[in-house]
Design a protein around this ligand. Structure first.
Ligand SMILES: NC(=O)c1ccc[n+]([C@@H]2O[C@H](COP(=O)([O-])OP(=O)(O)OC[C@H]3O[C@@H](n4cnc5c(N)ncnc54)[C@H](O)[C@@H]3O)[C@@H](O)[C@H]2O)c1
Length: 320
């Protein structure tokens, strides 16, 4: 069994490479060539913490895999990541564990990259401004990915903890791929009102911006909500959206409070979720019909993408 560290992965995996792997994995998923098993989410009683197990199997590569993530929001106060993940890859010939990968960075690349592919197919072609709410690891890779799919002119950043914003802006400066402005927004709504593309990447259980702040034609990537009782975006955003696309439709109905709760309240019909990013790439579903509509990518994570990027990393490192 090979143990692969975060440092080894950072040497090998770039966002452009990851975007290609995710586009391919999305298409293979639609073709049934890589698919997930059931997800287990285990709330840890009486505290905000939770744990989740995700699984996927590839038919084009000789592996199946699982990802385990602990979500411990208060870890940030202890100088630890709030989400800690590992991915195990098993041989689909013998069932033996072949590799164990440290996967905090890979998860962030996956979350950013999946939203990058979604943004590419869903946002207006002329989108030039990006608003980021939350300034943690997931927020960072949203910027890394979205700068690859649109020619950004400005990035607006808001975090409820003001003290995090400047450090985040400095971090973005070290990776930006063109000289766009990076601006601290005064509020979440100001961040949204200035932006063609909005990413919510927080641990909040309640909505982080007002639907009224959205520009005409905006695209929203809702990243943070991962349980049926979390709502990171307002119900009015979900109502306003012309259509909702996700990475994995069954995963959405198991985990996305942002969408499940408005459906349960009768505010939207289930049909508003039109399919996955893979369905759009395969030409089965239209992502945007005009420049005026609001579009929503509801991300709940998909182990298909985790396992696809883990396999690519493992193969790249073992072939070095
Ligand atoms: N969709 C996916 O595939 C996926 C993958 C990994 C993580 N996640 C989820 O994304 C979320 C963010 O993850 P992270 O690793 O970046 O977490 P993090 O704790 O590093 O960062 C979260 C940031 O959000 C900020 N925040 C919290 N409430 C806010 C509010 N109301 N308004 C503005 N900012 C607020 C915090 O101050 C913090 O800076 C988590 O809920 C995590 O479970 C989703």
């Amino acid at each position: 069994m090979k143990y692969i560290t975060e440092a080894q992965i950072k040497e090998i995996v770039t966002m452009p490479m990851a975007l290609d792997i995710f586009r391919q994995a999305y298409l293979e998923n639609v073709q049934g060539l890589i698919y997930t098993g059931d997800r287990i989410v285990m709330p840890i009683i009486d505290v905000e913490n939770s744990a989740q197990w995700l699984t996927a199997i590839s038919k084009t590569k000789p592996y199946f895999g699982s990802k385990f993530s602990s979500v411990f929001p208060a870890n940030l106060n202890k100088g630890l990541p709030s989400v800690i993940s590992t991915i195990s890859l098993y041989s689909n010939q013998t069932g033996e564990l072949e590799a164990l990968l440290e996967a905090n960075y890979l998860t962030a690349i996956k979350t950013g990259g999946s939203a990058g592919v979604a943004t590419d197919v869903m946002a207006r072609k002329d989108a030039r401004t990006l608003g980021i709410i939350g300034s943690g690891l997931q927020a960072f890779t949203q910027v890394l990915a979205i700068q690859e799919v649109r020619e950004l002119e400005a990035v607006y950043v808001y975090d409820i903890k003001e003290e995090y914003i400047n450090a985040f802006i400095e971090r973005i400066r070290t990776v930006q791929n063109r000289p766009y402005q990076i601006i601290a927004a005064e509020s979440a709504d100001a961040c949204v009102a200035a932006s063609d593309i909005i990413c919510t990447c927080t641990t909040s259980h309640t909505p982080v911006f007002s639907a009224q702040a959205l520009r005409e034609g905006a695209h929203v990537n809702a990243i943070g909500s991962f349980t049926p009782y979390m709502q990171e975006i307002e119900e009015d955003v979900v109502v306003k959206a012309s259509r909702i696309i996700t990475e994995h439709v069954d995963g959405l109905w198991a985990a996305a409070g942002d969408v499940i709760i408005p459906v349960e309240k009768g505010l939207i019909s289930k049909e508003k979720v039109v399919g996955s990013v893979g369905d759009v790439l395969a030409g089965n579903v239209i992502a945007r019909e005009n420049d005026k509509e609001t579009t929503l990518y509801e991300s709940v994570g998909s182990c298909v993408l985790d396992v696809a990027i883990a396999i690519a990393s493992y193969e790249a490192i073992t072939n070095e």
